[in-house]
Design a protein around this ligand. Sequence first.
Ligand code: FAD
Length: 271
Amino acid sequence: MLIVACIKQVPDTTQVQIDPVTNTLIRDGIPFIVNPYDTHALEEALRLKDRFGCRVAAISMGPPNAEATLKKALALGVDHAILLSDRVFGGADTLATSNVLSAAIRKLHSDVDEVGLVLCGKQTIDGDTAQVGPGIASRLGYQQLTLVDRIVDMNFSGKIIRVSRKLEGRHEIVEAPLPAMLTVVRELNRPRYPKVPMRLAAADATVEVWNNQVLKLDEQKIGLKGSPTWVSKIFSPDRAVGEILGDGNSDPEGTAEMLIEKLLAKDMLPI
Ligand SMILES: Cc1cc2nc3c(=O)[nH]c(=O)nc-3n(C[C@H](O)[C@H](O)[C@H](O)COP(=O)(O)OP(=O)(O)OC[C@H]3O[C@@H](n4cnc5c(N)ncnc54)[C@H](O)[C@@H]3O)c2cc1C
């Protein structure tokens, strides 16, 4: 049985800025990280490997430098690391991204082993759409279990999974047949750190690169040509400039009174 973790390389959002003229992300010189939710997807795949001895493949669609993301996955212990990279994959929206990722999963299923589980993050921190996981599930005809915060029970031989889903103000326990696609939230686990020998081994390990000569997908269904969604504008909302009351030291009661007066004047305090 093979578990596939989908991991995306994203710009570190603590450092991202938007070009005010072009309204695009300024990517130059920005460090990239593995999408935080995907680190939890990867960790869960590795925990299932530790428990059941199944194999784990990590896949990522991105430019050649996304190899670094997959090297990190190798250092953590995945058995296969595959970068889906080709100029014709570029400019993809969620539909085209799901087409490429699901084609790669299909290929892993036929070339490597039967896929039992696909693990994705809940969403990315750059695109933020949360559409790719469900897009993969619908293309592959897999059950989709979103917002998973715990795998309650996993029975590979009986091909059943039971998970807890974190919803607003409640949890839901859901059972589904395998194969299934899970999108996961941060509460699922605490990702491990790579051990030094594994890091050294990963530095020499090979990340397989699959381009469209390997996947043989119709160019009308991938990349920019296969993307019906266009992001027409990205912008940071204007923030009102803050006001500092008092000097922060000498008269806390007086400062609190000033604050109450201001809030009352703006009708922002219940009387
Ligand atoms: C600021 C911004 C806004 C965007 N807005 C849109 C939009 O509104 N509509 C649209 O169609 N596209 C949009 N895109 C393009 C979008 O980034 C790509 O389609 C992207 O490849 C997938 O969408 P996402 O990042 O929202 O993924 P999500 O659906 O949020 O990702 C969910 C999970 O799917 C997996 N996954 C997603 N992408 C990859 C990948 N490349 N490789 C491996 N696993 C992956 C990960 O496990 C991830 O946690 C936007 C991009 C940016 C930078």
